[in-house]
Every structure is written in structure tokens, then in C-alpha cells.
Design a protein around this ligand. Sequence first.
Ligand code: AMP
Ligand code: ZN
Length: 120
Amino acid sequence: MSTDKDCLFCKIIRNEIPSTRVYEDDDLLVFKDIHPSAPVHLLLIPKKHIARLSEAQMEDQRVLGKMMLVASQVARENGSVDGFRTIINDGRVGRQDVFHLHMHVLGGPEALGRMIARDE
Ligand code: AMP
Ligand code: ZN
């Protein structure tokens, strides 16, 4: 499994930085965003260090597909009972701050409106 010694989210995977984990398997980790933008705000990451979506390779397709499936599971299990929103920011134009691929999973009754407010 490729990791990056200086990457914030790799440090979270290695437990060098604390996080509130809500799901983990051999491929993926899901933890709570430290600055939630919605009542449910999770970050879903591959354990393999992939810096950004646009750097993912065909060999990553199984894990990328699994992210889609686990997103709905963790959203539901964490209280987003009536749908959820996913966001993947990529690069400078996509306003990506942490360069380890991550999917925001946002839910709860006000998720959409509150994320739009943050984007403005
Ligand atoms: P992005 O702008 O898409 O790169 O999102 C990065 C996200 O990581 C932001 O929503 C931050 O609040 C979140 N974040 C940064 N540091 C931590 C941390 N130590 N634990 C949990 N979430 C974090
Ligand atoms: Zn990383």
C-alpha cells in the first residue's frame, strides 16, 4: 500500500493524527470532517495514497467503485436517512486543500443549502 510520510490523511490512516473513525476496511477509511459543513460530514478516503482524482489510474478502479458504494452505507449509518451529497474537489481549480483523494459525504436535512453557503 503506497503511503506518503508527510500527507495529513496518510497520517490519519497510520493513527499518527487522531480522527473520529466511522468505517474502515482493507481499502478505505471514513472519518468525520473536523470542520463539518453539514449535520453529517464524513471524509471517505482510499488507504492507498492517491493525491487527487485526476491522478487515479485504471488500476484504481475497484477502489474508486467501492468508494461509491461505501458512501451510501456510511451516510445512512451516520444518520443521513433521506439522501446525501458527495463532493470530490480536484486541484487548485477544484479548491482541493488536502492532496490525498477524498470524497466528502454530506447529509442531514440541510446538507445541500449549507454546502452552497460555504461555496459562496
Ligand atoms: P478539500 O478542500 O476538499 O481538500 O477538503 C479537505 C477537508 O479536510 C476539509 O473539509 C477539512 O475540514 C478537512 N480536514 C482537514 N484536516 C482534518 C483533520 N485533521 N481531521 C478531519 N478533517 C480534516
Ligand atoms: Zn496520503
